[in-house]
Design a protein around this ligand. Structure first.
Ligand SMILES: Cc1ncc(COP(=O)(O)O)c(C=O)c1O
Length: 393
């Protein structure tokens, strides 16, 4: 069960609206806002005294909190700007060789696609799997695999369809075959229970501005320690290596870098500490609410919305098979009636994503049965537009 009292305390600023747009950007809870603004306020108030040591203590604590959310070890968590940077680190830094191949579904977000497209400049073959029913399953992937397959790369949850990939099945297969499973986690982490060890995920990148309840411009990567060892990071700084000394000397070794052996190797320079403070507060709230409780809550609202929709003629794009449900539901609307659809949603103060003919509803812990009822009544009105447009000559 979701702790409603805590939700009300943390999300009272969302009371007036029906916020279903977490798949675009979350409106952070109170404790996250305080952590984010408080970080900058405090170091200004302290005239910068101890800013570096307190910031690194914050990073250290947040690594542990993020690790506990996804079943990792703190040493496997590194902080980055966003998903694209996290994916870029492995695409560019892992020793992929000409002739290797990487497998990816055709629906990936640019943040988890463009770095892989670029890798072809090195002679790596990118094998794009056509999706079916909103995503890809192992059976669709296997025909693309051969002995030069180095990685399967995909989103935990697809951003255009809400398809939740079967990461247990894919991870078990990848670990048996010695293939990396690289995951874009942004549409899943914080809303669904991902366990990177149980799922055999090799590497995961996640921005902070969606399910994590944090903010834009700060995210994290999870990197299995044996993979960290093999990555050559794109940047280097005193924070990412062991062989630095106090200024003015900086280093006594001008020949090579002695990288950290943990995920600090993947970070560089001062980080987005305010953003990391936000991630820390977001993850602590998620951990306090319980990620399993959140997942159950989100999936039960997802089921409620689906069953109410069964009585309309609106088409749900999101897959029918419950194993792929994620609490993101995409529904077609009559595009010719777009202005009316916007009016209906606005009239009920519903925030959702509208894109070329479909509405995407993203659910999180703060959503309620009442929100679903409001959405259902909006969708009934939209459905009526649908039949109006059929009957209009
Ligand atoms: C699947 C997916 N990946 C990545 C992103 C964003 O990437 P980044 O964190 O690089 O901005 C989004 C949405 O903005 C997304 O839906």
């Amino acid at each position: 069960m979701i702790n409603q009292k805590l939700i009300e305390q943390e999300f009272s600023h969302l009371n007036e609206i029906v916020f279903l747009d977490v798949s675009s950007v979350v409106i952070p809870p109170k404790s996250v806002q305080e952590a984010y603004f408080g970080y900058t306020r405090d170091y200004i108030a302290n005239f910068g005294e101890d800013v570096v040591s307190t910031s690194w203590a914050l990073v250290h604590q947040t690594r542990a909190d993020v690790a506990s959310l996804i079943g990792a070890d703190a040493s496997e968590i590194g902080f980055v700007k966003n998903t694209a940077e996290g994916i870029g680190i492995i695409a560019n830094g892992y020793p992929f060789q000409a002739g290797d191949n990487v497998i990816i579904p055709d629906l990936e977000h640019s943040s988890n696609l463009f770095a892989w497209i670029r890798l072809q400049e090195k002679g790596v073959d990118l094998r794009v799997v056509p999706s079916q029913h909103g995503g890809v399953d192992l059976t669709q992937i296997t025909p693309f695999i051969d002995r030069r397959t180095k990685a399967i790369v995909l989103s935990a949850v697809q951003f255009t369809t809400g398809f939740y990939s079967d990461l247990y099945e894919l991870g078990a297969f990848c670990s048996q075959q010695g293939i990396l499973l690289i995951v874009d986690g942004i549409q899943a982490i914080g809303r669904l229970h991902l366990d990177v060890k149980a799922m055999n995920i090799s590497y995961l990148a996640c921005g902070g501005n969606k399910g994590l309840l944090a903010t834009l411009g700060a995210g994290f990567v999870y990197c299995q320690s044996d993979i960290t060892e093999q990555i050559t990071p794109p940047y280097a700084s005193y924070q990412s290596v062991r062989n630095h000394v106090k200024p003015p000397a900086i280093t006594t070794n001008f020949r090579y870098l002695d990288w950290h052996i943990d995920a600090r190797k993947l970070e560089s320079g001062n980080l987005n500490y305010a953003g990391i403070a936000a991630i820390g507060a977001g993850v602590r709230l998620i951990n306090q609410l319980g990620i399993q409780n959140i997942e159950q809550h989100v999936l039960s609202l997802d089921r409620r919305l689906r069953s109410a929709l069964a009585t309309t003629s609106l088409r749900i794009q999101t897959p029918v098979d419950p194993k792929h449900h994620s609490g993101i539901i995409c529904i077609d609307y009559p595009q010719a009636q777009e202005e009316h659809v916007i009016e209906i949603l606005k009239g009920k103060r519903i925030y959702a994503t509208m894109r070329g003919g479909y509405i995407r509803f993203g659910l999180h812990a703060y959503n309620t049965e009442t929100h679903i009822q409001t959405v259902v009544s909006a969708l009934e009105e939209i459905n009526a537009l649908n039949s109006d447009s059929h009957t209009t000559p």
